[in-house]
Ligand binder design. Structure first.
Ligand SMILES: Nc1ncnc2c1ncn2[C@@H]1O[C@H](COP(=O)(O)OP(=O)(O)OP(=O)(O)O)[C@@H](O)[C@H]1O
Ligand SMILES: [Mg+2]
Length: 409
């Protein structure tokens, strides 16, 4: 019997690289995680590959571990991409429906999406995703799937995500050097969204913040579609560095202190609690209050939230976020994150854990794995799309990504 198809997600993060292998469930609906591998990563800066060799090695470690655990061989992967070179813009395309009976066909959708893509994209940038938001048939707006409807004029509103060509190419190169083929590059927050958001949240309006080591990725949804995306070049590593400088202690120790005793909201810790801080240069250890630690952490996290809030405010979508804010990514595990976020955004906030999967759920039930799990889910949805009527045409259209990858590499 032929082996069942596997779906592999490769999250190339600033602090760790994760490979996740999954199989389709028997009913074809969801996925079962059968292998997880992680390796520390230090070939990236703020989400972008800057050292191919180191990145390739980390990918190999992570993939080998996932292969060992699953007993399967990984060849094709869905790889994540982020970094502050990512731009998201909204665009609109219009076409005349040519058929005499004015019935809209799948071919018309392709044409209208092509028309929406016809915006000036600089030569050094590549289109990663074209995400249809809604269609307008004659003057009727808010249509999710116009195929089969009648009309003479079809419009599409889309969100176009582009990335710097060199950054995209380097992710693909690193994977290829590790012996893998990149089937698709997926914007990391979109992958995370697939793992942690519910459909209700996407419909009601929600801002997802994936706060990793080097970047905070923002994706805003309402009425079921992506409305805005942004990548902010700050994350948990900045907090660690602030602590290392503020406490004059090695970075590794600062990281440990942050994980064990850190808090994003000063008012949540009692001033009496103290922690030991080793000094550099042979001086003796010192005691620092947790309150003091939180005072060093809070401004940086607040800065990250304020920058994310600016993304929401400049797009005039604050009023549309009925489901509030969801925090995921490793740094969202820091104590006090949802509480501080509620103060800054003035919206309900929850932490987002990967969900909707079976298998090794305990191993991946951590916000750090939102992107990796989301990539495997995305791979499954892409493969299953021709058969899933429910997700509809909005997510089914493919945009020749492979073609430009072949041209580039
Ligand atoms: N329990 C925890 N409490 C506080 N911070 C945590 C915890 N676990 C992880 N972190 C922090 O989360 C960050 C790593 O998150 P994550 O693994 O999501 O990043 P990444 O995917 O490697 O990076 P990026 O997405 O920015 O490229 C680190 O700064 C780490 O210190
Ligand atoms: Mg990440």
């Amino acid at each position: 019997m032929a082996e069942a198809r596997i779906y592999a997600g490769l999250d190339i993060g600033t602090t760790k690289i994760t490979a996740i292998v999954a199989e389709p469930e028997e009913d074809g609906e969801g996925i079962r995680v059968i292998g997880v591998g992680t390796a520390p990563s230090d070939g990236l800066k703020r989400g972008v590959v800057v050292n191919l060799e180191k990145t390739t090695r980390s990918i190999q470690y992570a993939v080998q571990e996932a292969e060992r655990m699953s007993g399967r061989t990984i060849r094709g992967v869905f790889a994540g991409i982020a970094g502050d070179h990512i731009r998201g813009i909204n665009s609109r395309g219009v076409i005349a429906v040519s058929r005499k009976d004015a019935e809209i066909r799948p071919h018309d959708l392709e044409r209208v999406i092509e028309a929406a893509k016809a915006v000036a994209i600089p030569a050094d940038r590549e289109i990663l995703h074209v995400l249809p938001q809604e269609f307008i048939v004659d003057d009727q707006d808010g249509i999710r799937d116009p195929v089969g409807m009648s009309g003479v004029r079809l419009e599409a509103e889309v969100h176009i995500i582009t990335g710097a060509a060199s950054a995209c190419r380097n992710v693909i190169r690193a994977a290829e050097r590790a012996g893998l083929e990149v089937e698709e590059l997926v914007l990391e927050p979109l992958a995370s969204a697939d793992a942690v958001l519910t459909q209700d949240e996407r419909d009601l309006g929600v801002a997802l913040l994936d706060i990793g080591g080097g970047t905070t990725d923002v994706a805003i949804f309402y009425e079921g579609s992506v409305r805005h995306t942004a990548v902010i070049g700050l994350g948990g590593s900045n907090v660690t560095n602030d602590l290392a400088i503020g406490l004059r202690t090695p970075v590794e120790r600062a990281e440990q202190l942050k994980l064990q005793s850190g808090c994003a909201l000063t008012s949540m810790v009692r001033p009496q609690e103290v922690v030991q801080v080793p000094s550099v240069g042979g001086r003796s250890d010192r005691e620092v209050s947790r309150h003091m630690l939180a005072m060093m952490i809070e401004p940086r996290i607040e800065e990250i939230f304020e920058l994310s809030k600016k993304e929401i405010r400049t797009n005039h979508i604050a009023d549309l976020l009925g489901a509030g804010v969801v925090l995921t990514g490793g740094a969202s595990s820091l104590m006090g994150m949802p509480e501080l976020a509620e103060q800054v955004f003035d919206l309900p906030v929850r932490r987002g854990f990967p969900m909707g999967i079976t298998g090794l759920t305990e191993a991946v039930c951590d916000p750090r794995f939102a992107t990796g799990v989301g990539l495997a889910i995305h791979a499954h949805l892409t493969g299953a799309r021709p058969h899933t009527a429910e997700r509809g045409v909005l997510s089914r259209i493919s945009f020749g990504l492979k073609r430009w990858i072949e041209e580039l590499v």
